[in-house]
Design a protein around this ligand. Structure first.
Ligand SMILES: Nc1ncnc2c1ncn2[C@@H]1O[C@H](COP(=O)(O)OP(=O)(O)OP(=O)(O)O)[C@@H](O)[C@H]1O
Length: 323
């Protein structure tokens, strides 16, 4: 390109037609890109009624023209804004925007849109709609008020950490939605990016799993064996996610998410009955501050006893590590 520009400006006077040619070439390239973006946009055919299509004008009103003040997060492909949809319910929404001109993100958001508009689960971030207008690709979700789990775990709120039972409930919610994705649909869905920043907490501290841009479709029904051996499902996982993967992801004692869910539920039941028993002895027992360290143990079984079964607390700790 720069060689071309130099060539155009090299010979004074005679260079004018070359500049015109450069102009023409650039116009042509831009028109081609625009046409290909338009094709990309019109390619997107969603089954009627699955989610709402917003105009860019509506999105601009909702975000005060993408005011930086309303930015609540930044992902790999663009910013997330808080906004309000101006209908009678005045619902709060999170608006994830990628700019098609930047080249990145269009395919990923389209993938997420096509999937999320067909899924419903109380622990899945609800997708409200999308906007494909004027080179913009935008997804509109219900706004989840208490931020993400990462902020709660690693944020500055050290004086008021999430209580142990709250952590168990969050883990159970995430296990439930993963169980649904693995076994409750025609095809298995492998999220591949489960990490604290993708677990959003609503006003009741219920978890909402978000960010499906890296998901992969698995076999029609996912058996325990397939989870263990099919490492290709894990190829291309974002590097920021690898550190959150269970170290035993490949290693054969790995339980299915259904087993994990049951074990977590049992752990919560045990905790509830221990609390009830404690309350009988100590009426202020509700406020007992359980030391987290009591429940945290190594995820790896001892080298010498690879076949040893995994205890409830091991499983709880392994899953917690994974989140
Ligand atoms: N529905 C939502 N309600 C409230 N906040 C949200 C919502 N969706 C996303 N956010 C906020 O925006 C942040 C960025 O979200 P996004 O899914 O784009 O990226 P990420 O998951 O953090 O990063 P990466 O793309 O690297 O996985 C989230 O961590 C969260 O704090």
């Amino acid at each position: 390109m720069w060689a071309w520009v130099k060539w155009c400006s090299d010979s004074k006077g005679r260079g004018l037609w070359r500049w015109r040619l450069l102009d023409f070439a650039m116009d042509f390239a831009q028109q081609r890109k625009r046409r290909s973006d338009e094709t990309k946009q019109s390619d997107l055919v969603l089954p009627e009624g699955l989610c709402r299509r917003f105009s860019l004008a509506e999105i601009k009103i909702a975000t005060n023209n993408f005011d930086e003040y309303f930015v609540v997060g930044q992902g790999d492909y663009g910013k997330v804004y808080k906004g309000f949809i101006d209908d009678p319910t005045r619902i709060s929404v999170a608006i994830k925007r990628v700019n098609i001109d930047s080249g990145a993100g269009f395919h990923e958001l389209k993938t997420e849109l096509l999937l999320l508009c067909q899924l419903r689960h109380s622990n899945l971030v609800p997708l409200i709609g999308y906007c494909l207008d004027h080179q913009q690709m935008i997804l509109v979700y219900q706004f989840i008020f208490n931020g993400n789990l990462g902020e709660q775990l690693y944020g500055t709120n050290h004086d008021n950490p999430l209580p142990w039972k709250q952590r168990l409930r969050i883990s159970i919610g995430v296990a439930r939605v993963l169980h649904y994705l693995h076994t409750g649909l025609k095809h298995t869905i492998i999220h591949r990016n489960v990490k604290p920043s993708n677990i959003l907490l609503d006003e009741k501290w219920e978890p909402n799993l978000a960010d499906f841009v890296s998901y992969k479709l698995g076999p029609p029904s996912l058996s325990k064996a397939l989870i263990r051996v099919n490492s290709s499902l894990n190829s291309g996982v974002q590097s920021s996610t690898l550190e959150h993967l269970d170290p035993e992801y490949f290693g054969k004692n790995r339980p299915t998410i259904g087993e994990v869910e049951v074990n977590l539920e049992q752990a919560l039941e045990l905790q509830e009955s221990a609390d009830a028993a404690r309350k009988g002895v100590d009426p202020g027992g509700d406020h007992y501050n359980y030391p987290i360290v009591e429940y945290t143990c190594s995820a790896s079984p001892p080298e010498s006893e690879p076949e040893e079964s995994v205890s409830d607390s091991d499983i709880t700790a392994m899953i917690w590590e994974n989140f």
